[in-house]
Structure formats: structure tokens, C-alpha cells
Design a protein around this ligand. Structure first.
Ligand code: FMN
Length: 182
């Protein structure tokens, strides 16, 4: 698949078939996602793949702030990915001081790049994805046993095969997006 096709063709997928995502496919997606750039190549992002229905149900019931659409996505997807970032490394010096005035911004930045790369990697495997930002980090961390002193639950991503073929929501025109200084 050409990069332009991958970037333009990926859509947020919110309806899933029952087809299982094999561990091999999952591993291929993560292997591709590992090529995302990161601050000084610190690679602080890792992934928890939740296939267990009870755990997905628990996150849907207790961890998405009661937002019904996301309850559906979490229970109905084949695999829910929790994107985890280690804190205090990306954007920081080895003595723990922030390298720039933007502090923890860069760890979120890296997590965002990694998450988009994961979604594009999934698309190349015909696996649909949707990033979920509406969740309760504390509750999700409790359910997954993540220590929020040292790590962050940076995003959830619902993965699944789909028969849906949603249209791209309208994008802003280039003239609105681009300023050229000559
Ligand atoms: C940071 C972030 C958070 C999002 N949170 C949600 C969410 O909680 N639930 C959902 O259904 N979609 C969520 N989305 C998906 C967006 O709605 C979607 O990307 C946008 O409408 C553009 O559609 P497209 O992904 O098909 O191009 C999120 C996307 C991003 C980048």
C-alpha cells in the first residue's frame, strides 16, 4: 500500500465483525508501529492488547466516563489497545529536569505519533481502528494495574475487522491550514 493511500484511506472504524485478530497480525501491527519516531529515540510508548471480554466489559462499565458510544466501541471491538507512556523520560534530561519549557508535552506528543502510526499499521493489515480519548485514566489504570506515578494511559484504541466503509469527515481546505512565509 502506498503511503498516501494509507494516510488518506484510514478511517475511524466504530463497527466490527466477529473476526478475530490473530496474535501474528497484532504483532505485525506493533512491529510496524515501533518505527514511529520518538524523542531521542527513547521509545517510551508500549501497548497492552486487551482481548479478554471481561476486562473490556469492565473498562466499558467503569472506565469511559459513562460515554455510551465508547462503551459500545470497547465492548464490541475485537482488541482494545491501551497506549502506555513512561513518564519523565521523553522531553527530559537524564537528571530528570525538563529539556525545554514544554515539560511533559513531548511525552504526549510521542504517544500521539505512536498511536497514529499504530492506526496506519492496522489499516495496512485491513484492521479497523478508532482512537478513544473519552475515558477515565485513573479507572482504566486500576483495571490494568498501571502505576500512574511512573506511567500514563495516553490513549485507548479499539481495533477490529469491519464491513463498514465510512466516508471521510470533511477536511479543512489547504488555504485555511497553510501559511507560507517567503
Ligand atoms: C485524540 C483523539 C481522541 C478521539 N476520541 C474519540 C472517542 O472518544 N470516541 C470516538 O468514537 N472517536 C474518537 N476519535 C476519533 C475522531 O472522532 C476522528 O478521528 C475524526 O472524527 C476524524 O475521522 P477519521 O478518523 O475517520 O478521519 C478521537 C480522535 C483523536 C485523534
Amino acid at each position: 500500500m502506498k503511503a498516501i493511500e494509507c494516510i488518506r484511506g484510514r478511517r475511524s472504524i466504530r463497527e466490527y465483525t466477529d473476526q478475530d485478530i490473530s496474535n501474528e497480525t497484532l504483532r505485525q501491527i506493533i512491529e510496524t508501529a515501533s518505527y514511529a519516531p520518538s524523542w531521542k529515540n527513547t521509545q517510551t510508548v508500549s501497548y497492552i492488547a486487551i482481548k479478554n471480554q471481561d476486562v473490556k466489559n469492565s473498562i466499558a462499565q467503569n472506565g469511559v466516563l459513562g460515554f455510551t458510544p465508547n462503551m459500545h466501541r470497547v465492548t464490541e471491538c475485537n482488541t482494545l489497545i491501551a497506549v502506555i507512556t513512561r513518564k519523565g523520560i521523553c522531553g527530559y534530561n537524564t537528571d530528570g529536569t525538563p529539556t525545554t519549557s514544554k515539560g511533559a508535552h513531548w511525552q504526549s506528543f510521542d504517544a500521539g505519533i505512536a498511536t497514529q502510526t499504530l492506526c496506519l499499521a492496522a489499516y495496512t493489515q485491513n484492521v479497523g481502528s478508532v482512537i478513544l480519548g473519552i475515558y477515565d485514566e485513573k479507572r482504566v489504570a486500576e483495571i490494568l494495574g498501571i502505576n500512574l506515578d511512573t506511567s500514563e494511559v495516553a490513549a485507548l484504541v479499539a481495533l477490529g475487522y469491519t464491513n463498514a466503509n465510512p466516508q471521510a469527515p470533511k477536511r479543512k481546505p489547504v488555504d485555511e491550514l497553510l501559511t507560507v512565509i517567503e
